[in-house]
Design a protein around this ligand. Structure first.
Ligand SMILES: [Zn+2]
Length: 246
């Protein structure tokens, strides 16, 4: 295998899971897992598809109240760590978190790759600012946001380093990050690979563990990385952008 690990840059990886026609590899050194071969950015743009957006919305409507409650709770948690009012939601879906941020007096912006979801968010929450497009390509002012929320998004990206660089670029000094992503161990519970959960390719492209997500964030200049208890469901963490070096 010629790909190097996105987390630790080790060239040593082993075939991991077959999910025909897809294959997953895992780093021998840090345990990070990814789709191998990894699709290109253009190939991966299938999530912009309108039907996918519609499916998300239908799935969301039934649990809108609980989504809204969770968004309010998470905004309260993140807000305590934010050194200012500007909040960015990366992967803003139908806009619940941006709406919760606005309710709590924050100046909230959402970026969402799926245009159907952006339209829905704008209709629902006309006061929110929603931008359409890939976050890595979004024209966001650098060094601006005091808090970034990114829930169940990073596992969909082709290049987690580019993605985190874009997050860091958007952040103000000492800004806070609230990030959630599935943990690899949720998929591999029990010893028998034949009974492991569907790995979710090609929608999901990479999986972290609590250990290697820490390492990844530290590499991108985050500190005070605190993993929160998540009822065994996945990784949920808060971190803070380090002060820029002089
Ligand atoms: Zn690695």
């Amino acid at each position: 295998m010629t790909e190097v690990c996105q987390v630790c840059e080790s060239p040593r990886a082993s075939p991991f899971v077959e999910q025909p026609p897809y294959r997953w590899a895992r780093c021998d050194d840090c345990g990070f897992a990814w789709l191998s071969p990894m699709p290109g950015m253009d190939e991966a743009a299938g999530v912009r598809d309108a039907a996918a957006g519609r499916g998300y919305i239908d799935g969301y409507m039934g649990k809108l109240d609980s989504k809204m409650r969770r968004s309010r709770r998470r905004v309260r948690t993140l807000k305590r760590l934010m050194p200012g009012p500007r909040l960015l939601d990366v992967g803003s879906n139908i806009g619940c978190l941006v709406a919760a941020g606005a309710e709590q007096g924050l100046d909230a912006t959402g970026v969402e790759i799926n245009p159907v979801l952006v339209r829905e968010a704008r209709n629902r929450y006309p006061a929110g600012l929603f931008m359409a497009g890939a976050f890595e390509e979004a024209d966001l002012p650098a060094g601006t946001f005091h808090g970034v929320y990114c829930s169940e998004v990073i596992e969909h990206v082709v290049d987690a380093n580019l993605f985190l660089e874009a997050i860091v670029r958007a952040m103000a000094s000492r800004a806070a990050l609230y990030l959630t992503t599935p943990a690899l161990r949720e998929y591999t519970k029990g010893g028998d690979p034949a009974r492991w959960r569907d790995f979710g390719a090609p929608d999901h492209k990479l999986y972290f563990s609590p250990g290697n997500i820490r390492r990844m964030l530290a590499k991108h200049g985050f500190q005070a990385i605190r993993l929160r208890f998540n009822f065994g469901r996945g990784i949920k963490l808060l971190a803070r952008r380090a002060r820029p070096r002089r």
